[in-house]
Design a protein around this ligand. Structure first.
Ligand code: PLP
Length: 364
């Protein structure tokens, strides 16, 4: 029996990955020169497809790196001299803030006091946040995979309107390609490919605005270290030649390009519609369940793509029960390890897979 992976990342591979791996071998992708025309085409096509699928403005740049975690570090290093402001909805947001600290910056954390009890984050009217005037960048973990807490993209847009001079950075590692962002109000967006795109792990993507490039240039001129080969000006210099500073993971770029092509054929509206439909099936099931409840209680804050469900003392039993049926779900994150299970709802998960998971849960 083949397992199906509802883990939040790495997760179920996108259904066409096997086929694309075979064509990659046939095309000897692993031996292609990364400074030649073959690679230039791959780079240009991949970034163009990504821009088309997600409606990313033409003036924005797309850079490749190794992971979501690297992107956290790069955003801090290239975009802040001292102060970043972090909206914390779970462990990934905290990780980002601690990276800032480790880099000798002064992050400020905005953490909702009710977060631990699982109540939703209430930004109130406007954003409701008091952001210090000297904060240079506001960081959102738009979908914190540790808690299954979702921040409405409209709130991010509103925040930019409220603080137009501050840079806005957004982690969408576990919500892309579903999340529909207003890129014009964001200066850096990042993700890795082992979640919503259903690729093997090892490739990160950073999308940056012209203002973000300007800030990195400014810091560099001021003599502040913004890193070396993966700083934004260097990444830009190479991107303009459709290249990367280092020898990149060409196989990943190939797979991403092919999966983007598949997704473009299906259409982003259909992908988003299907994600909502599958998410509704899951949340409806848990809403009527007597014991098992989503960790995030308020609907607006419930992630459609990564659900954290409180199974309390049945957690391990349920995980085993599902595993026997070839259904692999994720454990809870960190402090929630023994209480939660996490379920991914990505484009690689079909409606029948979700229905099958629900059936197995209801017969437990
Ligand atoms: C998985 C994840 C990360 C880390 O990404 P890596 O590619 O594993 O470094 C960061 N943020 C969020 C929200 C994630 O879900």
């Amino acid at each position: 029996m083949k397992n199906i992976y509802f883990t939040v990342g790495p997760t179920q591979l996108y259904p066409t990955i096997g086929k694309h791996l075979q064509t990659a071998i046939k095309n000897v992708v692993g031996s292609q020169n990364h400074r030649g025309p073959w690679f230039h085409d791959l780079f240009a096509e991949t970034t163009q497809k990504l821009k088309t699928l997600l409606s990313i403005p033409k003036t924005y740049q797309i850079f490749f790196c190794s992971s979501g975690t690297e992107s956290m570090e790069r955003s801090i290093q290239n975009l802040t001299e001292k102060k970043s402001f972090h909206v914390i909805t779970g462990a990934f947001g905290k990780r980002w803030a601690s990276i800032a600290k480790e880099m000798g910056k002064e992050p400020e954390l905005y953490r909702h006091p009710k977060l631990d009890s699982g109540s939703s984050l209430d930004f109130g009217s406007e954003s409701g946040m008091t952001v210090p005037t000297d904060s240079e960048m506001i960081c959102f973990t738009q979908n914190d995979t540790s808690t299954g807490m979702w921040i409405d993209p409209n709130l991010i847009t509103k925040t930019k309107k409220q603080f137009p001079k501050k840079l806005i950075a957004v982690d969408v590692v576990s919500s892309i390609p579903y999340v529909d962002l207003d890129y014009k109000s964001i200066d850096t967006v990042f993700f890795s490919v082992q979640k919503g795109f259903g690729l093997p792990a090892g490739l990160g993507i950073i999308i940056v605005s012209p203002a973000a490039i300007e800030k990195a240039d400014y810091l560099l001129k001021k003599g502040i270290s913004i890193g070396s080969y993966h700083n934004f000006p260097t990444l830009l210099k190479y991107a303009q030649k459709s290249e990367t500073p280092e020898t990149p993971t060409v196989l990943h770029l190939w797979l991403l390009s092919k999966v983007l092509e598949d997704m473009l054929k299906i259409g982003i509206d259909t992908i988003r519609y299907e994600t909502r439909e599958k998410s509704a099936l899951l949340y409806d099931f848990f809403k009527t369940h007597s014991k098992w409840q989503p960790f995030v209680t308020e609907q607006t804050f419930q992630s459609p793509t990564t659900l954290a469900i409180d199974f309390s003392n049945q957690t391990e039993d349920i995980k085993q029960h599902l595993q026997k049926k070839g259904i692999i779900v994720g454990s809870g994150y960190g402090e929630y390890k023994s209480k939660h299970l996490r379920i991914a709802n990505f484009p690689a998960h079909k409606k029948e897979d979700i229905q099958n998971l629900i059936n197995e849960l209801s017969t437990y």
